[in-house]
Design a protein around this ligand. Structure first.
Ligand SMILES: [Mg+2]
Length: 378
């Protein structure tokens, strides 16, 4: 058995970084031109380090957390609870702030940095530490609500030509049957799915049933973000598999949703479930029940994107994820080289930890806030 030295974080840096999107992104719940995430840097007394990304939106329209609330959590609670404490495993690290309720995006970025820290110390990639079985992943692309059909078809065509393996369309009342019909008639065999981000209610059941004729892989989160019960009622009336996203915060939620048959597919987002360890737990649970999972995204910079690729290398991720290349979002990613997708395939990082090379000059150029947490605050 390999015995590892106990670890102790002495200093934490928080970098609040903003990057402009290559193209504005609209969903049923939000419109974005920039993304602002918090990078977490854990450091020990010997100078060893690990980086993570808190991928909250600036507004509370996907979930209740924002960049500002995540900053407050990381700076005033999670960080001080971690600094100076001894831990040997990610489970122990997570327990350091186990008393903090909710705030899973903030926790996720903190925990991601701990995985990176351990991986770098051991010289092991995150995928290897998790037991990933693939080195190359099929990748899909998520397309926002566009101003008109022409713009949408142009985008679909572009990504299909680049080799992306499936397309996801964001839908909302008034922008559903028309775009789906247009894309399906132009691309009859394209693996296609839709995401409503909670834009519908049970009163829309007849309307949603009309989506059944388009051979969609799935419809994501049609009903409320805090619902599991109504989704079960709706799933009974739809042939298209429902996939839950916003409703699932941990493996317990997933168990209940599957028991109730509220969904047939699960979207795993590292941020939404509070970290990589819980993502693995959700994956393992779904694998045991033969429920397909795929990796969703929160417009992560290259750092969080690398974590997504690592978790998606696990065997249960049988559907292409929203793990597009950096160039879909950023002119210049914070990592160099960026995440590249070629012929619809992305490589799982093999370097120690997250396996990326961060560009400090780009982090500093996009920085909107900086703070240090060390033992002195205690
Ligand atoms: Mg979604």
């Amino acid at each position: 058995m390999i015995v590892f030295e106990p670890m102790k974080i002495e200093r934490i840096e928080l970098h609040r970084v903003q990057l402009p999107l290559v193209r504005p992104f609209r969903t049923s719940s939000a419109y974005r031109t920039h993304i602002e995430h918090i990078l977490v840097r854990l450091m020990d007394a010997d100078g060893a380090e690990g980086w993570g990304e808190i991928a909250t939106a600036v507004d509370p329209f996907y979930n209740s957390e924002t960049t500002e609330t995540a900053w407050h959590m990381a700076h005033d609670f999670l960080g001080p609870m971690v600094v100076g404490q001894v831990w040997e495993t990610i489970g122990e690290f997570r327990n350091l702030y186990g008393r903090v309720k909710g705030n899973r995006f903030a926790k996720s970025g903190m925990e991601m940095a701990a995985w990176d820290f351990i991986g770098r110390k051991r010289g092991q990639s995150l995928s290897k530490m998790l037991g990933g079985t693939r080195t190359e992943l099929e990748v899909g692309v998520s397309l926002g609500i566009e101003a008109d059909l022409g713009a949408l078809l142009f985008e679909v065509e572009k990504y299909v030509a680049e080799g992306y393996r499936r397309v996801k369309l964001k839908i909302a009342p008034g922008w559903d049957l028309v775009p789906v019909t247009a894309v399906r008639s132009k691309f009859p065999d394209l693996p296609l799915q839709v995401d409503a981000n909670s834009a519908y209610s049970l009163a829309d059941v007849d309307h949603l049933q009309r989506l059944d004729e388009f051979q969609l892989l799935l419809i994501e989160q049609p009903l409320a973000d805090d619902d599991i019960v109504d989704h079960a009622w709706l799933q009974q009336r739809l042939r298209t598999p429902i996939c839950l996203d916003e409703s699932l915060h941990h493996v317990g939620d997933v168990r209940k949703a599957l028991e109730m048959q509220s969904c047939r597919v699960v979207n795993i987002k590292v941020s939404r479930v509070g970290g990589i360890l819980e993502s693995k737990a959700v994956h393992d649970y779904c694998l045991g029940r033969q429920i397909p999972v795929w990796c969703g995204g929160m417009h992560e910079f290259g750092l969080g994107r690398a974590a997504n690729l690592a978790i998606a290398s696990l065997e249960g991720f049988v559907l292409p994820g929203d793990t597009s290349g950096s160039d879909k979002y950023w002119k210049q990613d914070l990592i160099d080289p960026p995440v590249r997708v070629s012929h619809g395939l992305a490589q799982v990082p093999v370097g120690p930890g997250l396996g990326v090379n961060l560009r400090m000059d780009r982090i500093e150029a996009g920085r909107r806030g900086f703070a240090v947490i060390d033992g002195r605050q205690k």
